[in-house]
Design a protein around this ligand. Structure first.
Ligand SMILES: Cc1cc2nc3c(=O)[nH]c(=O)nc-3n(C[C@H](O)[C@H](O)[C@H](O)COP(=O)(O)O)c2cc1C
Length: 268
């Protein structure tokens, strides 16, 4: 197979997609190469604004998203690459506005500085179409509680599907050497309504998040992770892993801001 995907004809591309390159089970070198990318995917919230992401990198990143799994293979995602600085400024403005609103509402969420968004040389808006929910197991035209339960799960399937594609894109960006920023703080109606016409996004669609990436403005730091034994359970859920409501609240009050904005080595 040719190394350069761009050099492949459409037929060759189909053939390449159909062929699955099966590694030997337990191939450590492939795992290690993947983990290098996984552990180097680190969030930053300000970038080098003078860097220009080549179009090819955008395409490579979205190519990774394209191969993500999705419920019913519906692939319910749309990606809008933003390259015009004025658009970036406008969108960043909605987030800065949201930052202010949260401060006023006294949400006490340690909201980051969204001004850094306008500095992102890589800027991709991720949208979905909630009508795809009907591609998953739901009772058609039914308003029963039973169907509400199915619809709720169908929405989760949809969101997990888009998250899978978004994660693939983030990993591809990390593999290319970029730092990334996954931003979801746009759920609120006002920002959605402002952003959709600005980007020509049809009314039925929803903007889910923004993927920003690029070289970092300053040295990135690795954030704290729960130890493996705390998240892994074998055959039965380990009751020691269950937090009471109080413990959870305490974690949010005392630890959340530290794990979000501090170097892992400075978090006990
Ligand atoms: C689903 C999801 C939503 C996120 N939303 C935001 C967001 O709205 N704003 C933000 O600054 N960071 C957001 N982040 C980034 C997280 O804060 C970040 O991934 C986390 O602190 C761990 O840091 P790391 O990415 O460097 O490992 C989000 C990440 C994910 C996966």
């Amino acid at each position: 197979m040719k190394a350069d995907a761009e050099a492949l004809s459409p037929e060759e591309l189909l053939e390449a997609e159909a062929a699955v390159d099966l590694p030997e089970i337990g191939a450590r070198d492939r795992y290690d190469a993947l983990m290098k990318v996984v552990t180097n995917r680190v969030t930053v919230r300000a970038f080098d604004p003078d860097f220009e992401v080549p179009r090819e990198h955008f395409e490579m990143i979205l190519e990774a998203a394209r191969h993500a799994p999705s419920g019913a293979n519906a692939q319910p995602w749309h990606f809008i690459v933003i390259t015009e600085p004025e658009l970036k400024e406008k969108i960043a403005g909605y987030f800065v506005e949201e930052q202010r609103r949260r401060a006023k509402l006294k949400m006490k969420f340690p909201t980051p500085d969204y001004r850094g968004l306008a500095t992102a040389p890589g800027f991709i808006v991720v949208a979905t179409d909630f009508r795809w929910v009907s591609a998953f197991p739901v009772l058609k035209d039914d308003t029963s509680d039973l169907n509400r339960m199915y619809r709720e799960n169908a929405e989760r399937i949809l969101l997990q599907s888009v998250a899978a594609a978004t994660m693939s894109a983030h990993l591809a960006a990390a593999a290319l050497g970029y730092n990334v920023w996954w931003i979801t703080a746009i759920g609120q109606e006002a920002a959605q309504e402002a952003m959709k016409p600005l980007l020509g996004i049809p009314e039925e669609l929803s903007v889910l998040d923004i993927m920003a990436f690029g070289p970092p403005a300053k040295a990135p730091y690795k954030r704290w992770r729960k130890p493996l034994e705390e998240i892994a359970n074998w055959n039965r859920f380990d009751p020691a892993h269950h937090m009471t409501g109080e413990e959870l609240e305490d974690w949010i009050q005392t630890r959340r801001h530290r794990v979000m904005f501090k170097d892992a080595s400075k978090v006990d």
